[in-house]
Design a binder for this molecule. Sequence first.
Ligand SMILES: Cc1cc2nc3c(=O)[nH]c(=O)nc-3n(C[C@H](O)[C@H](O)[C@H](O)COP(=O)(O)O)c2cc1C
Ligand code: SF4
Length: 438
Amino acid sequence: MTTPRPETLAKLTPVLTKRWLSPDAWQIGTYEQLDGYAALRKALKAHPDDLIQLIKDSGLRGRGGAGFPTGLKWGFIPQGDGKPHYLVVNADEGEPGTCKDLPLMTHDPHALVEGVIIASYAIRAARAYIYIRGEAVHAARRLRNAVQEAYDKGYLGRNILRSGYDLELVVHSGAGAYICGEETALLDSLEGFRGQPRLRPPFPATHGLYASPTVVNNVGTIASVPPIVLGGADWWKSMGTEKSSGPMIYSLSGRVANPGQFECSMGVTLRELLELAGGMQPGHNLRFWTPGGSSTPLLAAEHLDVPLDFEGVAAAGSILGTTATQIFSDQDCPVYATYRWLEFYHHESCGKCTPCREGNYWMVRVYRRILAGQGTHEDLDTLLDTCDNILGRSFCGLGDGATSSVTSSLKYFKQDYLDYIEGRTAPKLSEKTLVGAH
Ligand SMILES: Cc1cc2nc3c(=O)[nH]c(=O)nc-3n(C[C@H](O)[C@H](O)[C@H](O)COP(=O)(O)O)c2cc1C
Ligand code: SF4
């Protein structure tokens, strides 16, 4: 394992992760000793509109994948409309490779609870929900415990810190469906319906939970709010790049010596992240990687120095997504990796729209054929044509995301496909996999 140089270590900017290694960081006593709930006290003295302006000024962008400006989203909530307003935290974290929200809720749940209270106060919500992935039992337990501690201390409930502001916070466990991370499917699921995306417009800002104005934000977005309230917009903007401000938790997995979460200023490169993670595993050389989960187009070794912010990754032809960098080496097969991701998308497709439901079903079958050594050159055209009919024609982002690894692996690693088709690579799947395939 290589040791990072001091100048690379200086790239670490622990803000959201700063308490994670403190003993019992999840307990309210520790949290309060380490700045906890100081931002809430400050926020409750401010006018809600000023808080929205602060978040706008900080340039905070959503950490759930799309990078939408958070202050702008809060500002869309109509005020004085007489309807209840809701804050819903998206803690579903289902994107393959993504592991930043669950560790945050496990190690530092009060950071999220405090962010929820401040954000709810800003948008004038009296009720907030955290929708957490059903399988995340440990994180949900920590979170529920933190919510109870916050109630006991008067940070939640009626007349919070004698400010006159009331807020109820509910932690709701989903049933573990990737589509329920899509914000409108999440709202349907929270209302007790089958989780499927809604037609937009109308948008959640006016017709969200129970057809009322709703903000849906990612865990990391909301946990960023207390530090911004305490440190100010300029401090937040002193990290990151001009259009992608602040720190970001990058989660590294795969063929790295020391996988895990590394919080750095936005714009750090994979070369630097790999150095922080102790380099590649011995005997492995970087071949391909996802910058932000399996829904983002693959990048290759030539992209080691791409700045990992929203603009830098877009300029390289991919998407920053959830900053889940999955690292693959020269001992991994991009065709097989793409097939495994497609199995996931096929399984998780909610079936509402034809391009995603049918397209993923058929692409899985084409991959099985190629990997079983029975592919044809025409199959590659079929894959590209199918992607062309899914991308931009699907009802939600799941369909679009499914095409990312297909088109990008064909762009960078077409030879790997040809090696299966022309018999130079031994089949990876047995012919039995093809039973039932047409
Ligand atoms: C299929 C699919 C799954 C998603 N899963 C998540 C998720 O697990 N967590 C999340 O925060 N956003 C997820 N999103 C994005 C949300 O729809 C939404 O953009 C996000 O929660 C907004 O929060 P933000 O503005 O704070 O980023 C998903 C989107 C799609 C299309
Ligand atoms: S794109 Fe897929 S997941 Fe999204 S609505 Fe269509 S079928 Fe459902």
